[in-house]
Structure formats: structure tokens, C-alpha cells
Design a protein around this ligand. Structure first.
Ligand SMILES: Cc1ncc(C[n+]2csc(CCOP(=O)(O)OP(=O)(O)O)c2C)c(N)n1
Ligand SMILES: [Mg+2]
Length: 531
């Protein structure tokens, strides 16, 4: 059965194995065929985080292996993030030997419900013969729903014989039809053409070269502003385009205010609309017509809109661009990006703005920026526009521990694009062991840690509620030393000159790096957090 499983994995492009192994997985992994690449992560959060970055960069499923209860348990938060980020993962979960599972031996796992509702599909094959088919099906389930599909495999299954004439119960290839429905296009065209002042709202689901090109064409035909969804994980439009209007606010009052001048909104690849703190009232002002195009039924079904079209954003926008008539004067929204901050004066500390502005001045347009810097996210979004598809990536539901491993996984797949993670010091500690994998597998990502000595965003939120924060800071952690201890080169930067010197040295060759570098920028926490 094991050999047939490898054949299926090859056929489905699952030849890179992100894993942390245990004894129940040795029958599968021992003597792994030479054409299978093994990537060890030293904690399952990092294993799944790397696979998530890799799958997103590749646009195809990644293969993950974790060890029964403890491994899957450690992986759950990262699997939930993979689901929210719509990263397709085939996750093989090891299990004790079927022949004595009834007696609950050491390492026997109650695995089926362990990851809750987060997997898109969970299977415990009824018999060993079903395992190869389950792996193939998991690939299809993961790619069609966008998320992790789990297959739980008892260790004795690998040695079971393959019955004669056995067929793998899954298609070799699954093509999802993408042609847009003409009736849906007509309705969207009517809604946009009847409007006096339409606007577009784009989101993570529109982050592909085809969707960007189609959205640019639609925006230019309509001459309208294009907003990025609040708290999006990826960019749905070139943020250096003259019609890009910025990121929408994440509270309803400001959302209504911001969009008040528009009588029709078309959201593409984004739910309507992502919120953060609760505020009462509707999302948009009375009389604003709202339509949505998304590939994901759940996103459509929970959005309060007049019309939701479940289809490929690229295909729908391509058809819209062909059908819409051109409006006259294009509107250039007055998006003002912040000016570079003054360098710190003598005795003044570095701030995150210095680091982000120095990166903005140096990074090439095709850079991939992975963000996990909670108190500095608004500043990063303002200073570092996504200029190419996958120019921006963040954890879609806010669980820390994504930034470092995701950047490593992205760079493993995209060996020609500069990849930079910008993470908080707190965030870095949730997946610090991923640096070992980056060093071991010579992954040339730049990992910038904004070391402000604590959970600044939490401190600011407590202050906004006039409460004292009981959690201490942790400025004594030497993150650069933690990187070096794992074989990852690292520098601690305390002055503006050191910062600029390091970036001048590193950024020009970022696309060609063959080893990771961590820059720990020691910054003063910013006194406020407003987005
Ligand atoms: C796994 C997980 N645990 C806890 C949190 C809650 N949380 C949100 S932001 C934050 C602090 C982040 O600190 P840091 O990365 O240093 O960024 P800073 O706020 O200092 O910019 C915490 C603990 C979370 N998002 N994810
Ligand atoms: Mg911090």
C-alpha cells in the first residue's frame, strides 16, 4: 500500500513532505523514496505554517505529515489559519496499529474531531486499501474548498498488500469549470451602469495575476476608486495604481462614512465586509447597492448584499471588463502615503516607521511581504503597497505564529522573488523554531523582527479601556541570539545607520539569497494604535 501511496502522491504533485515524525509514522517515512523531498519542522505549528506559505505560493496542495494526537493537537491553530487563508493542504495524521486500537495502546489517538470544524475534509479510511484513494481525494477536497484535508492512517496500513486490479477512488485530474454565467454578468453590468458613483472593494480572493489584470480593466472602464477589504490576508489589486484608494476601515461607523459617496459597490474576492471590533448599525449607508463576487459559497452566503455571484473573480471580472462601457472622467482618489519619518535625533530610539520606510525605499516591486506585526500593521500597509500579486500576505484570522514559517515556505517555492517577513517580537516567539528549518534547508528569506520588547498592541488596547495590563514586557529576549543558536545568521540593529547599512547590504541581492537572515530591529513601542 505504501508504494501505491507514493505513486498517488507523485501523480498529484505531493512530493515535498513537510513533517514532524513520530514512531507511528516510521513505517511510512523510513526509506522515503529519493524523489520525495523531506522538510523537517521542529514544531507542528511551524510545519503547517511552512506548508501553508508553500501551498499559497505554489497555488497547489502541499503535503503535511503530523504525529497522532500530540502532533495534530499542536498543529490545530496553524490548520485553522490555513483554512482561513484558503491554503490547500493534504495532512497525513499518523495513528497506532489498527489491530489493537480497541485497547487504546500508547499513542492511540482520538483524532477525527481533534481539529474541529477547521479541516475541509477528514477521513479515516475504512481499510488499508482505501488509503491511496483517500490521499488523492484529500488533494481534490483541499484544492476545491481551500483548506486542510486530513487523512488518518494507522501504521500497519502501509504494509498491507494491494488487491489485484485495485483502483484508486479519485480522479487523476479534477478541472473546475470557470466560465462565468452570462445572466450573472448582465445583472452585475446593470448594477454598475445604473450607478452614478460606483466603487470596487477587493480582497484576498482576488489575489492572482488574472484577477488583478481583470480588476484593473474593470476599474479603468468604470473610472472608479478601488478599496482593499479591511483586515485582508492578501491584496486584490495593485496598490500603486492611481485608482487605489487604500484599505477600508474595520469599524462600521467609519466604513459607512468612507463609502458614503458611492451608490453601488462591487466586492470581489472579499466578504461584505470584514469587521474587527463590534459597532452597531449597517455596513453601508441607506440606498447603497452592494454586489459580491467570490469563489467561496460561505463568503457569499453570509454577506448582506443584493446579489452574490459564486464564481471565479478573474473570470467574472474579465467578462465585466469586456461588457462594461467606458465612463468618462476617471476618479483619482486622494490616497496620501506617509512621508519618510525624520531620522531619530541623537539619543532617540528607532521606531517601526524607520524600519518600514527604509524597506519601502529599497524593496523591488516583486517583493513578497509577509506581515505579522500587530501594532505596526496599519503603518506597514500604508508604507509598503503590494505591487505584484502575492505582494502581501498575512494570517487571515489573527493567530500568531504564521509570519516566520509562512515566509520560509513562500521562499522555498518562489526562489526568484525577494521574500521579507516583518514580524513582532512577540509573534516571532510563537514559531521561533522555524528558523532552524530555514537555515537547514538554505531558504533565502529576510526575516525582520520589530523588537519593541513586548505585546505593544495588547498594551495599547488595555490603555484604550483605561485598564492596567497584567502582562509584563519581555525586552530581555535576544531574538538575534535565538536565531544564531539555530544556525540562522542574525544581526541586532539599534541605530538608524546600522539599519540602513544592513538593508543596503542585503536587499539588492535578496532575490538570489540562499540562506536566511534575521534582522532584529530594536524599536521603541509606538504610543498609539489607530488604523
Ligand atoms: C496564538 C495567539 N495567541 C495570542 C494572540 C493574541 N495577541 C494578539 S497581538 C499579540 C501581541 C503581539 O505582540 P508582537 O508580535 O510583539 O507585536 P506588537 O503588538 O508588539 O507590535 C497577542 C499576544 C494571538 N493573536 N495569537
Ligand atoms: Mg512586540
Amino acid at each position: 500500500m505504501r508504494d501505491l501511496a507514493f505513486e498517488v502522491m507523485r501523480e498529484h504533485g505531493l512530493t515535498t513532505v513537510f513533517a514532524n515524525p513520530g514512531s507511528t509514522e516510521v513505517p511510512f517515512l523510513g526509506g522515503l523514496p529519493e524523489d520525495m523531498r523531506f522538510v523537517l519542522g521542529l514544531h507542528e505549528g511551524s510545519v503547517v505554517g511552512m506548508a501553508t506559505g508553500w501551498a499559497i505560493a505554489r497555488g497547489e496542495a502541499a503535503f503535511v505529515l503530523v504525529h497522532t494526537t500530540a502532533g495534530l493537537g499542536n498543529a490545530v491553530a496553524a490548520l485553522a489559519t490555513a483554512r482561513a487563508n484558503r491554503a490547500p493542504l493534504v495532512v497525513l495524521v499518523g495513528q497506532q496499529d489498527r489491530r489493537h486500537l480497541a485497547q487504546e495502546p500508547f499513542l492511540a489517538g482520538r483524532l477525527e474531531g481533534l481539529a474541529g470544524d477547521y479541516p475541509v475534509w477528514v477521513d479515516q479510511p475504512a481499510c488499508a486499501q482505501d488509503v491511496p484513494g483517500a490521499l488523492a481525494r484529500a488533494r481534490h477536497e483541499a484544492e476545491s474548498a481551500g483548506g486542510p484535508a486530513l487523512v488518518i492512517v494507522p501504521m500497519d496500513d502501509w504494509l498491507a498488500p494491494v488487491p489485484e486490479g485495485h483502483q484508486v477512488a479519485a480522479p487523476a485530474r479534477a478541472l473546475r469549470a470557470r466560465a462565468p454565467d452570462p445572466d450573472a454578468i448582465d445583472r452585475l453590468v446593470a448594477l454598475l451602469e445604473e450607478a452614478q458613483a460606483p466603487a470596487l472593494v477587493v480582497g484576498a480572493g482576488a489575489d492572482s495575476p488574472e484577477a488583478w489584470a481583470a480588476l484593473v480593466a474593470v476599474a479603468e472602464k468604470l473610472g472608479c476608486p478601488v478599496w482593499q477589504e479591511p483586515f485582508g490576508a492578501r491584496a486584490g489589486f495593485p496598490q500603486d495604481h492611481s485608482q487605489f484608494a487604500g484599505h477600508l476601515p474595520f469599524g462600521r461607523a467609519r466604513l459607512r462614512e468612507t463609502l458614503a459617496g458611492h451608490d453601488a459597490l462591487l466586492a470581489v474576492g472579499a466578504p461584505v465586509f470584514r469587521q474587527y471590533p463590534y459597532e452597531p448599525g449597517p455596513l453601508t449607508a441607506d440606498g447603497t447597492r452592494v454586489a459580491l463576487v467570490t469563489e467561496h459559497p460561505a463568503e457569499a452566503h453570509r454577506s448582506p448584499v443584493e446579489l452574490a455571484v459564486v464564481a471565479s473573480p478573474a473570470a467574472v471580472c474579465g467578462a465585466l471588463a469586456r461588457s462594461l462601457s467606458r465612463r468618462t472622467a476617471p476618479v483619482a482618489p486622494a490616497l496620501r502615503r506617509p512621508l519618510p519619518p525624520q531620522p531619530p535625533g541623537p539619543g532617540e530610539p528607532l521606531r517601526a516607521a524607520h524600519v518600514l520606510s527604509a524597506l519601502a525605499e529599497r524593496l523591488p516591486p516583486d517583493a513578497v511581504v509577509i506581515e505579522e506585526a500587530p501594532s505596526n500593521r496599519p503603518e506597514l500597509l500604508a508604507r509598503l503597497p503590494a505591487r505584484r500579486p502575492l505582494g502581501f500576505l498575512a494570517a487571515a484570522m489573527g493567530g500568531l505564529g504564521f509570519g516566520l514559517p509562512a515566509a520560509i515556505g513562500v521562499r522555498m517555492e518562489l526562489s526568484d522573488r525577494p521574500v521579507v517577513a516583518v514580524v513582532g517580537d512577540g509573534a516571532s516567539m510563537f514559531a521561533i523554531q522555524s528558523l532552524w528549518s530555514a537555515a537547514r534547508y538554505r531558504v533565502g528569506a529576510l526575516l525582520v523582527v520589530l523588537a519593541n520588547g513586548g505585546y505593544a498592541v495588547m498594551d495599547r488596547l488595555a490603555e484604550q479601556q483605561d485598564q492596567a495590563a497584567p502582562w509584563p514586557g519581555f525586552g530581555e529576549i535576544d531574538i538575534a541570539a535565538m536565531a544564531r543558536a539555530q544556525g540562522c545568521r542574525a544581526r541586532r540593529l539599534e541605530s538608524h545607520d546600522e539599519l540602513l547599512g544592513a538593508l543596503d547590504e542585503v536587499v539588492p541581492d535578496l532575490g538570489a539569497r540562499d540562506e536566511p537572515l534575521l534582522l532584529e530591529a530594536v524599536v521603541a513601542p509606538d504610543p498609539d494604535f489607530n488604523a
